[in-house]
Design a binder for this molecule. Sequence first.
Ligand code: G6P
Length: 372
Amino acid sequence: SAAEKGGYDYFMLKEIAEQPKAVADTLLGRIDAAGSLTLDEVRIPTSVLREVDKVVVVACGTAFHAGLIAKYAIEHWTRVPCEVELASEFRYRDPILDPRTLVIAISQSGETMDTLMALRHAREQGSKVLAICNTNGSTIPRESDAVLYTHAGPEVAVASTKAFLTQLVACYLVALYLGQVRGTKWGDEIVAVVRDLSKISGEVEKVLETMEPVRALARSLADKNTVLFLGRHVGYPVALEGALKLKELAYMHAEGFAAGELKHGPIALIEDDLPVVVVVPSPRGRSVLHDKIVSNIQEIRARGARTIVIAEEGDEAVVPYADHLIRIPATPTLLQPLVATVPLQVFACELATARGNEVDQPRNLAKSVTVE
Ligand code: G6P
């Protein structure tokens, strides 16, 4: 009913709007005033976490993209190797698992059969499993050694939005916690990240306030057949997620690529007026990547692409090459997906609406897939 949708036309719109609160709720009570993490729910003894020599993330769909982003954070902050695998592929290749492997199973519903089977396989090999889940008491957390709940509230729309953002927050918390437990040197960067995580809800809110041009752009592209997405570093999984949203909702051909791979194949796809969304890393910090992606934007534009550039406020280098510019607030590099994903959600939702599609219940999809 209209009341359930809180005045919005679709649950998806309501859930996109709820993201600032969802993100804040997932952080609530988990970072103290001194910037230390208290994750009491993670009932895996710290002695075990100190011995972990590999992290493996298993998940499906949007949750898998959260896992891909988690890898950058876990390896950078903890120096523990991290693999990310589609849950449906995991157990069939006889993965190397032992008691020193920490498996993180990410699932909004907690009922996805592929993810459940992957974690059962991991536990049979003696690995510890930590679930990141949005649904209290669901099967995946019940069968795991520990669970960190995302507090996004119920997500009704099939295409995941607020659950994804809170999965990212939970992944960052786990990565920071692992670092804390293992005595990783708490450098200035990590201190800044913890501080900026606390402010991120407000940054997501700011993004939401500036989405009208994104909606207008989406409507103008309603008769396109293909949209490509490019990103680098954590922007690469964001590009994959942007493409997935468009497939799920707009039923368009959409693909995400690592921008560095353009020259190894995908650039052949570029033709006149093809919309290409580019997620640009911050010009601060790892600025080499920034410069490389600006070159990529120039290259595709020279070949006719219509460039839709998502870039940090104050990033002037992209301006001459952006046919459409979507601004996002400056954040530490690893946190950028929390703000960069939001315009892509709005874009896909509006395109779906413009194409007359059922936003909350896309054809052929289910909110949770309980068969393998
Ligand atoms: C289904 C949904 C996707 C979701 C995936 C994983 O395929 O349509 O939106 O990302 O399952 O769901 P989970 O509940 O495990 O996060």
